[in-house]
Design a protein around this ligand. Sequence first.
Ligand SMILES: [Zn+2]
Length: 141
Amino acid sequence: MSERRWVDDSLFVDPSETTSPTLAGARCPRCSTTTFPYQSGCPRCGGDAAERIALPTTGTLWSFTVQYFAPKSPYRGFEPFEPYGVGYVDLGDVCVEARLTVNDPAALALGMPMELVTLPAFAEGDVRVDTFAFAPQEVTA
Ligand SMILES: [Zn+2]
C-alpha cells in the first residue's frame, strides 16, 4: 500500500504527526471535566465552550476484553479476521476506549501501564487506514 490516512483526523491534536500522535480531548473551562473524543458541550455541567487539549499518551489498563469473532457488517477490517483486544485506558482525567495491540488475555492485566501507538485498521483500495491503539508499555529494566 502506497498511501495512508487516519480513520478520523479530528481524533488527533496534529493529524500530520503520523508516528507519535497525540489524542485530542476536550476540557470544560467551567468544571474541568475531560472527555474524548473532543466535543464542545460538557456532559457534566452543560457548558458549551470546551477547550481542545492534548491527552496523555500513557495510562493504565482499566478494563479489557478480546473480540473473538468478526463484528457484524459493515465491519471493515483485514481478512482473514483475527481476534483483537479492546479496552479502556485510564489517562488520569478520562478513560479512553481503544483497540489494544494484544489479543491474549493472559498478557493483559488490570492496572498495567499502557502507551498510545498506531495500528492499521483496514484498507480502502491502495490506502491503508490507521487508527490509534494502546500497547503494554515497554518497561526498561
Ligand atoms: Zn463542565
